[in-house]
Design a protein around this ligand. Structure first.
Ligand code: PLP
Length: 431
């Protein structure tokens, strides 16, 4: 640990919240160097939807390597690539009536976002992009320009431009429909805001505080995009691959994104792997224009295909997410109502939830106490005031309940050993 702190750049972040040396991991658990066990409800910020070292997927990794399967191949044709594409098409796109071409980008989510923004600008010959308050899309220059958080924006140390921020659903409070503002901006040729090439958004803002755009708001936004010839890009990097209860977060909502970005849990095994889905008519790339050495990680093709074949060819996973979602919501509601306050908001769907503690000192105290008691959780929101839950989708109901028991115990300890009740009350009266 001391070595890491002195040798690794100050840019390191997650390891500061959890001062342990991790060693092994299995399913919903991680273990430190002394064998202490922690529930992992951070899950690589949503990169481990099927748990750590998922045994079904691991088998394929070992088998592939044992057979000297090709690991690195630039974007040369490989059997594993074709098999992934076939499975993705047959089991994910076709049953959902989605017609997309697949672009393999560099392995990070932000690189796939860059590809989407570049392509939108290239196809429409417009520069401006609409992004949304509290949106997070990555930290390379194009993506961070579309990211709201000033801490991340500050890291760029160069002017960020080409993006206009629009208010996300609920940004002005429950009574104001922010679509009205966006429509006005687009209709008024003196609004001072250029017609954008695209709008990019998350249907559930993962880093921004588990803010959920309503079905109606999303459908109105889609209408605006159609009316004004604007492309719609859904960033499903964090809440795609089953997190909200269905493979894509926008299923059941009447929108048809022109592009979709996937990464985090796409490989299923925690391996780096990202892609951009685009409507076929948008595929105006020339060969190699959005190049990259690590496009198409063959091991990730293998595990991504295996995770689709295993988890997305039956209704089983979706049904189990629905039932665990109820447990998660009920437990969080009860624990929050009984121990924090009736006025604290709980937001989420599927297996992504957040408790908005209003004050960051409260969310921080809960995070620290949970860690002490063996539960790893991350915080999010504009001042990190939200305690965030991302348990693996494959966790058992017993394990989930056990994790929630640790949460309950920790929140009880935090709330009885502090003056947080008074502080929350004051905060609520002021607002
Ligand atoms: C994590 C994330 C990204 C960036 O992905 P990286 O792999 O960290 O570059 C972009 N958008 C969303 C919604 C994310 O959660």
């Amino acid at each position: 640990m001391k070595q890491i702190n002195s040798l690794e750049s100050d840019v390191r972040s997650y390891c500061r919240s959890y001062p342990v040396m991790l060693d092994r991991a299995k399913g919903p658990f991680v273990y430190d160097e002394y064998g202490n066990k922690y529930f992992d409800f951070l899950c690589g910020a949503g990169s481990l939807n099927y748990g750590h070292n998922n045994p079904i997927l691991k088998k394929y990794v070992i088998e592939y390597l044992e057979n000297n399967g090709i690991v690195h191949s630039l974007d040369l044709a490989t059997k594993s690539k074709e098999e992934f594409l076939k499975s993705f098409h047959r089991n994910i796109l076709a049953p959902r009536n989605l017609n997309y071409k697949v672009q393999f980008t560099g392995p990070t989510g932000t690189n796939a976002v860059e590809a989407a923004l570049k392509l939108a600008r290239k196809v429409t010959k417009r520069n401006n992009i609409f992004s949304f308050t509290n949106g997070f899309h990555g930290v390379t220059l194009g993506s961070v320009a579309a990211t709201g958080n000033s801490h991340h924006r500050g890291g760029a140390a160069t002017p960020l431009n080409g993006v206009t921020f629009m208010p996300y659903d609920g940004y002005m409070g429950k009574k104001i429909n922010t679509i009205d503002y966006i429509r006005r901006v687009l209709e008024d040729n003196s609004s001072g805001i250029d017609l954008p090439a695209a709008m990019i958004l998350e249907t559930v803002q993962g880093e921004g505080g588990i803010n959920i755009a309503s079905t109606k708001w999303l459908e109105s936004l889609q209408e605006l995009c159609h009316e004004f010839g604007i492309l719609l890009i859904v960033d499903d990097i964090q809440v795609g691959c089953g997190r909200t209860g269905s493979f894509f977060s926008f299923e059941g909502i009447e929108i048809e994104p022109d592009m979709v970005v996937l990464s985090k849990s796409l490989s299923g095994f925690g391996l780096p792997f990202s892609l951009l889905l685009m409507k076929p008519e948008l595929d105006k790339w020339k060969p190699g224009e959005h190049n990259g050495t690590f496009r198409g990680n063959n091991l990730a093709f293998v595990t991504a295909k295996a995770s689709i074949d295993h988890y997305w060819t039956t209704q089983e996973l979706e049904a189990s997410i629905a039932s665990k979602s109820k447990i998660l919501r009920n437990r969080i509601e009860t624990i929050t109502r009984e121990n924090i306050s009736n006025d604290v908001e709980i937001r989420g769907k599927g297996m992504v939830y957040g408790i908005d503690c209003i004050l960051p000192e409260i969310s921080a105290a809960i995070q620290d106490k949970c860690f002490e008691n063996g539960l790893i959780l991350e915080r999010c929101g504009h001042v990190d005031q939200v305690v965030k839950f991302l348990p693996s989708l494959t966790i058992s109901e017993d394990e989930l309940n056990h994790g929630m028991d640790i949460l309950e115990q920790s929140i009880k300890e935090v709330m009885t050993q502090s003056d947080f009740h008074k502080k929350i009350e004051q905060e609520i009266i002021q607002n």
